[in-house]
Design a binder for this molecule. Structure first.
Ligand code: NAP
Length: 259
């Protein structure tokens, strides 16, 4: 399988300072593309991502972005344009990976409008309007990958995730519609649904409560939880031209979680 990306291609990966975003950034860069790695509260995480990519011979820069604040997107686009011009002498991007997000559950009875709005702003409104803001920079034939969640599917209905999963379901559905609307420019739009993956999600839940890992692994057909590189490789494939005939799909990447 040839998953090379051309060396002019630059891909923006949101939330690349940790976890799945870091894994995706590293795998995309390993296939020859430049990476813009965004971070929110952990610049050192994004610097680590950039350092790993550079140590492997790739090219990357880090930029700050709060995906929950769409009013900052025009300024982010300007910063991105400056970075593209100075690092790659290009004006456009080949791909956008909408990955940034947070997890953690809140029971229906405990849910507040403020908490619900935060899920909405970060997990749905943010990626939706960031995509709109960056569309003028995205080249024809480019690719958008939205990171959704296995929680959208009926087999993975964990109590306390109604707010989180509702937003991810919205993102998955919007993916299909965007795929249709952007097809005229040859832009492909896909979503992936990771199952439980060893990241910092949920306030470092996997590190704080390692005992939950065995239970999740037992519910996973392939017998373990996912690693960021498991998910990152699939994102890198979807961004690349090897996935040129895939659009509008939601792809479960979970080792067979809750089959
Ligand atoms: N891990 C799983 O089991 C799992 C399963 C299904 C789906 N997902 C999804 O995968 C995506 C990545 O999560 P992860 O598991 O890799 O978690 P993670 O290790 O906590 O990483 C989250 C990333 O998102 C960034 N981020 C968080 N809030 C942000 C905001 N308001 N604006 C911009 N960036 C923000 C973080 O940046 P800073 O650290 O710099 O603040 C970090 O880079 C999320 O969309 C999550 O819902 C994860």
């Amino acid at each position: 399988m040839n998953t090379n990306l051309t060396d002019q291609a630059v891909v923006v990966v949101t939330g690349a300072s940790a976890g799945i975003g870091q894994g995706a950034a590293i795998e995309i860069a390993a296939r020859g593309a430049g990476v813009v790695a965004t971070y929110h509260s952990h610049p050192e995480g994004a610097e680590e991502t950039v350092a790993i990519i550079r140590a492997n011979g790739g090219r990357a820069v880090a930029l700050p972005l709060d995906i929950g604040r769409s009013e900052t997107f025009p300024a982010f686009r300007e910063q991105l344009a400056v970075a593209l011009a100075s690092e790659w002498q290009t004006a456009g991007i080949r791909g956008l990976v909408n990955n940034a997000g947070f997890g953690g559950g809140l029971s229906f009875e405990e849910m507040t409008e403020e908490a619900f709005d935060r899920y909405f702003r970060v997990l749905l409104r943010g990626p939706y309007f960031l995509t709109q803001a960056l569309l003028p920079l995205l080249s024809d034939g480019g690719s958008i990958v939205n990171v959704s969640s296995s929680s959208v599917r009926p087999g993975d209905t964990t109590e306390g995730y109604s707010g989180y999963a509702a937003m991810k379901a919205g993102l998955t559905t919007a993916t299909r519609y965007l795929a249709k609307e952007l097809a005229g420019r040859g832009i492909r739009v896909t979503s992936i649904a990771p199952g439980p993956t060893r990241t910092r999600l949920g306030g470092d839940a996997f590190e704080k409560y390692p005992e939950i890992i065995d239970g999740l692994a037992a519910k996973t057909a392939l017998g373990r939880i996912g690693e960021p590189s498991d998910i990152g490789k699939v994102i890198a494939f979807l961004v690349s031209d090897d996935a040129a005939w895939i659009t509008g799909e939601d792809i479960q990447v979970s080792g067979g979680y809750a089959l």
